[in-house]
Every structure is written in C-alpha cells, then in structure tokens.
Design a protein around this ligand. Sequence first.
Ligand SMILES: [Zn+2]
Length: 453
Amino acid sequence: MTTRLTFYGGVGEIGGNKILLHDNDTKILFDFGASFSDGLDYYSAGIEPRRVNGLGDFFEFGLMPQIKGLYSEDALANTDLKYSKPDVDAVVLSHYHSDHHGKINFVDPEIPVYCGETTALFSEAYTLAGGCPLEDHKLQTFRTGKRVTIGSVEIRPIHVDHSIPGAYGFIINTSEACLVYTGDLRFHGTKGDMTGEFASEAASAFPTCLITEGTRVTPDEISQNPTEAEVSDRTARVLQSTPEKLILSTFRGNDIDRINSFLDACKKADRQLVVSMKSAAILRALEKDTNITVPRLGKDVSVYLRRKSSGTYDDKDYYKWEREFMKFGVPCEEINKHQESYFVHLDVWNLPELIDIQPDKGGAYVHSSSEAFNEEGEQEEEVIHNWVDHFGFSYHQIHASGHAPKSEIISLAKKINAKTTMPVHTEYPKIFHELLMGQKVVLPEKGTPLIIE
Ligand SMILES: [Zn+2]
C-alpha cells in the first residue's frame, strides 16, 4: 500500500500544474496545465509547436512528460511513445485557467475529466467560440462539499476565491494519507470567505501533506494588496475624472468579478460597459449558474461589434455563435460619436479597433492585469504603452491579483499545519523553508515520485 505523488509541472514555475497521484492501483492527475515559462527557449518569437505534430513538437525538447496510458492516439501519432489503453483513471481540474487545463487536449478522451459545474459552462462557451482543451472529454461535474470517489481515493472539492469563478481546492483521502491541494486562491476577492471555508476544512482534516500554490511568495516585500472592491472604487474615480472622453480597458474577459467591478464603476459614472463577443458568449453560458452574479447582456452590458470581412456589419460576416449577440452590438461609429458614454473592454489583440474608433485625445486607459513578470510580458506592456500614448490616453494600473500575497499563503500553510508542505506554482519554492520554520517543507523535483507516509 503506497501513496505517491509525481509533479510533472508547476515545479519552480508559476503555472503548468500537472500532479499525478498514485494510490494502490488508482492514478489521478490533478490539473494538466500549459506552462507559461517552460519551452520559451524554443517556442517564442512567433515560433509555435505545430498542431499537426501533436506531442511530437513537445517531446523533442522534453516539454511534456512521457506518461504511458495517458495520451490520445492522435496526440502520439508522430512520437516514439506507443499508444496504450488508458492507465490513468481521471483528471481532476481545479479551475478553468490554461496553466491548469491547457494540455488536457492531449489526454485520451476515454479518461474522464472531473471539474466544477461552472468550469463545464466555461468549456461550453469556449467550445462554441473557437475551441477549448476540454471539448473532447466527458465532463463529470461537482459542486463544493460533494464527495467524489475514484478507485481507492475520495476527493472533497471545496470552493475557493480566484480570478475566475468556479475555482476549487481539494481535500484528498487516499488509502494511506490525507492530502490537501490548494489550486489557485486568494482571500481578498469578492468571495474570500469561500477560501476561508476551505482553509478551515483543510486544517480540520489534519492532512499529511499540503500542496500549496505560492505565486506571490517571492523574496520581495509586497506591501500593497488591492482588493476587488478597491479596483471598482479606483476605476470609478478614473471614470468620474474623465467625463467627456472615452475609457478603455484590457483584461481577461473571463474574469467575471472584474466585469462586475467595472460595471459598478460604470453605474456610478453613468457609462455603458461594452465587452467583447467572447465575453458575451461566456456571460450567456454562465447565466445558467445561479450561484454567480452575472451581468445581463443588453441591459447591464453591451457588446463591441467589430467590422468583419465586408465591413458593413452584415450577418453573414459573423460566425453563427456571434450572430445572437449582434442585437447587443455597439459599432465603432457609435462609440466615436458618444465617447463620453462608453467604457470599452478590448482584448489586447483587438487594440487596432482604436483605429476605427478614432477616440479624441485625453481619454483614459485602465490596465487591469498583473504587471509583467517576464520578458514577453514586458514587451507586451511596452506595445500597449505605445498604443495608449499614440491615442493620447492617460494610463492607469488598476488590478487585484488572483493570488493571495506571501503573508496570507504562509499563514494558510501554518493554519493547515500538514506534516509536510510542498510548494508548487511558484518561482521561489526554496524560501518556504525559512518562511515555514519549524514545519517540514519538501520541494518536489520534476518527474521524481515522492512517497507519502
Ligand atoms: Zn494558475
């Protein structure tokens, strides 16, 4: 009887979590995400792995683990790893962010994916609007507190607050031990009490092992930790102090809390919030989730109507999934005419829309994502600055992180007080040794199984 954990990603890096739990004959993967940093030596500067080569372009550089009985026949077609029938019982997903789910498209569709009900709705929306790594998989959904049994393992998912709704931490009972996995979490969002609930439940399980995220556990002292409520207040002030000009923002369009924060700010300043088509598809899908406050399309928010092929807003120019949102659409001409009335959300790659909108100088741009943490991010920020300067906007960094700051992660680990703590999803795992003095900290190594006892 042994319980083993093998970490194939999230080791010394932010994101890319891939954690294999092996208990007796049961094998379960917790998350199977895409790495933000791993592979940039080969795949950056516009070079991308070719879809047609499946895992071949990843195995070449050791960028994905060679696990037997995990991948689909298609994914392995051009590799030396032979296809074999599924030998992994399930993938359990903490939340719908690509650094946790982004590589599930390579997993054999015969292997079930367990996820929260909200995650299944995200999958539905993204499948419709261009593709999703989960689309070939049968999804088994859970809600908080429900127990999921897979082979010899019982899993209790408990909701946590993060920068996307439907995020979970897990209390995992194996034949030998109790493990806790945080996923990604924060206490300073609009539903921080859910994370508090997870922390209490995890502590009262007296776990053998805690696998904790440590995104913001860095050597620097970070004194500021704006809350989601502050994001809304600060944005409202920007809106109120720029009464006659256009306001623009870029942020992750699936962050429903952020859409709600901006919507509140708009109400205070009598503006209309305009979101992208993709966000509209997400909002439509999430309307089915009665546990989330979702802005109503056409009432609370409008949709930015981009010009496509003919340039005349002809129905035929748009994908079928886009057409139902056209009635909520606001085109560039209308925004140009009434710049004082709108707060427009654009994805970064849609910044060229500004050329059509032709905003007057003196507008405001709200940068609402985390500040760059690598070279690629810095380059993107510089380009955004160029666009913002060109159109004469003022620049405002207003953001609340999806992750708890260092002090809160450390208090969480102390509160849970597991026999062993394993940091993942952090660039600085080593500093957990000094921060958790008196507690046993084990740093996982990529691909090396750890026996849990
Ligand atoms: Zn993450």
